[in-house]
Ligand binder design. Structure first.
Ligand code: NAD
Length: 296
């Protein structure tokens, strides 16, 4: 069994580390938050005093951090982990970050004789807890083969998107589409309700018609239409609007850098920008429905 260092034990990383422990891996964990660290220690992990301490005898390092600057800060530079890890160690970054930083970090790993994968996830906090995440991986096929047993302890579907950074690019394409379709679904439901339709009946109609999508089928944004959705519990839990805004920003940066047009993605980013600015950042991203209809 691999010795794993796990850095970043928040809403996603915490339950992912616990799943590794439950599958018999040894995990040395570190987070800046003592509370987050204590939860993983309670599940049998070693609470390290720093990221370097966690990585001390690790053959695999996993990180699950907020953004690119945290990932670059963890690994690069004289005090970064790449300067300490033994040659041949495998590094898996599961954070959602820009593909440019992912490629830069992967290049830094290669220069030190280390293997690196970008492996952002889909499936949210429920998928992290249940061990059913989808991993969208960028990097070399042989490194993915090495990582597979570790990823399988935390997820159900593993896709190889391409070389370094490709996992991040694929993840950002998916999340841009998700932001667009959630905003579009909210707009359509609000239009129906303003014209006298019952949102539940309209959702059933759309779910069996050509406008059908993931939101109408599994994650309806209208309160009370579906049990067990964030919409039916005051938009608590789920995937925060501020994280959707971050991902739509990454999509926009990617579009700018590659001279791709993304008018719908840009519009969705603007909608979420306003939504977060109005104090909804911590609410699930399906709360964008409030932009189209007041909910009392
Ligand atoms: P989070 O804020 O709950 O967790 C991040 C953790 O990283 C925090 O506990 C923080 O203390 C820790 N941290 C930050 N800098 C650190 C450092 N230098 N060293 C050690 N620990 C450090 O965020 P999250 O919801 O777990 O998301 C993590 C990543 O996963 C993000 O990139 C996010 O976009 C992505 N993601 C989140 C979801 C979701 O539904 N929450 C879904 C898919 C992907």
């Amino acid at each position: 069994m691999e010795n794993i260092a796990f850095i970043g034990l928040g809403n996603m990383g915490g339950p992912m580390a616990v799943n590794l422990l439950n599958k018999g891996f040894k995990v040395s964990a570190f987070d800046l938050s003592a509370d987050a660290l204590a939860k993983v220690a309670a599940a049998g992990g070693r609470a390290a005093s720093s990221a370097a301490d966690a990585a001390e005898s690790a053959s695999v390092v996993i990180s699950m951090l907020p953004a690119g600057k945290h990932v670059a800060g963890l690994y690069l530079g004289d005090n970064g982990l790449f300067a300490r890890l033994p040659k041949g160690a495998l590094v898996i970054d599961c954070s959602t970050i820009d593909a440019g930083t992912a490629r830069k970090v992967a290049e830094g790993a290669r220069e030190k004789g280390l293997s690196m994968l970008d492996a952002p996830v889909s499936g949210g906090t429920a998928g992290a807890a249940a061990g059913t995440l989808t991993f969208i991986v960028g990097g070399a096929a042989e490194d993915l083969a090495h990582a597979r047993p570790v990823l399988e302890a935390m997820g159900k579907n593993i896709f190889h998107a391409g070389g370094a950074g490709a996992g991040q690019t694929a993840k950002i394409c998916n999340n841009m589409l998700l932001g667009i379709l959630m905003a579009g679904t909210a707009e359509a439901l609000a239009l129906g309700v303003k014209n006298g339709l019952d949102p539940k009946v309209l959702s059933e109609i759309i779910s069996k018609s050509s406008g059908r999508n993931w939101a109408t089928e599994l994650y309806n944004p209208w309160p009370g239409v579906m049990d067990n959705t964030p919409a039916s519990r005051g938009y608590a839990g789920g995937f925060m609007s501020e994280l959707m805004l971050k991902d739509l920003g990454l999509a926009e940066e990617t579009a700018l850098q590659s001279h791709a047009a993304n008018p719908l993605g840009a519009l969705a980013r603007n909608l979420y920008e306003e939504h977060v600015h109005q104090g909804n950042g911590k609410l699930d991203f399906s709360s964008i429905v409030k932009h189209f209809h007041s909910l009392n």
